[in-house]
Design a protein around this ligand. Structure first.
Ligand SMILES: O=C(O)CC1=CCC(=O)O1
Length: 261
């Protein structure tokens, strides 16, 4: 892991895989961090993989919020420039998928293809996000922990064998960072710009995802000409943890199908 320094911000990132291999960028979602992708990285040994901690998350700096979606997109753009990556397949989970859409609109030279995982052009409504932000401001991350676990994993979330680790990941998120990114999500509607995109795209949904349900993910996939949609069974909002083999198989098949190997 390494910190990348910019005048206003330090972002934590990790590069792995053979230097000359086809590049893949992994962008995590709200309340998680780059370690979310450990299982995926282990299953994609033949790609050059960049993953980073979004601002306000993991080991990256936590500037005072609220954050703009444009700033989150610029963070990825400048880290890719710093490490010399372009023409990458960008795999974006949840808000990471919104960032991927925005990056493709702004810098198609950086994005060879997208995997839009448990995400959408617009996620939730502003009043919902404001209520969650108010809850975090009042009670810290603990204030939204149960509701988030339920959205992430569906009805049987209390039975998850790794519930303690998932909860710990959320609770480790700096409240200022979570609120900052939540505000960016609340203010984003990419329906029109995303509908103008034409690039190889795979959309992935988890059948029991309460945060970005399959219909919502499919609606966004349908905006992009020629996109594919894959539903992962036995998975919720975090299919890379729920079904790591199916998830990596879907990813590998997509990379192969577009010759990004
Ligand atoms: O609802 C949640 O907490 C899940 C989520 C929505 C956007 C994101 O990045 O995570």
């Amino acid at each position: 892991m390494a910190l990348v320094f910019f005048p206003d911000l330090r972002l934590n990132m990790e590069l792995s895989g053979p230097e000359s291999a086809a590049p893949v960028v992994l962008l995590h979602g709200l309340g998680t961090h780059l370690r979310l992708w450990d299982g995926v990285v282990a299953r994609l040994p033949r790609h050059r993989i960049l993953r980073l901690d979004m601002r306000g998350h993991g080991l990256s700096d936590v500037p005072q919020g609220p954050y703009a979606m444009g700033a989150l997109i610029h963070d990825v753009e400048r880290v890719m420039a710093q490490v010399g990556l372009r023409d990458a397949v960008v795999v974006g989970h949840s808000v990471g998928g919104m960032i991927a859409q925005g990056l493709a609109v702004k810098r198609l030279d950086l994005v060879r293809g997208m995997v839009l995982c448990n995400t959408a052009a617009r996620i939730g409504i502003a009043s919902q996000w404001q209520a969650r932000i108010d809850a975090v401001r009042a009670g810290g991350m603990e204030g939204i922990a149960d509701a988030t676990m339920a959205r992430w994993s569906g009805r049987n979330w209390r039975d998850l064998p790794d519930l303690a680790q998932r909860r710990a990941m959320l609770l480790a998120t700096p409240p200022e960072g979570w609120m900052g990114v939540a505000a960016a999500i609340a203010g984003t509607d990419f329906y029109t710009p995303t509908a103008g995109l034409t690039l190889p795209t795979l959309a992935i949904a988890g059948i029991s995802d309460g945060a970005t349900p399959p219909d919502l993910v499919k609606e966004t996939a349908d905006l992009i000409l020629g996109s594919r949609f894959q539903l992962i069974r036995g998975a919720g909002h975090l299919p890379m943890l729920d079904q790591p083999d199916s998830y990596a198989t879907a990813l590998s098949a997509f990379l192969e199908s577009i010759g990004h190997v």
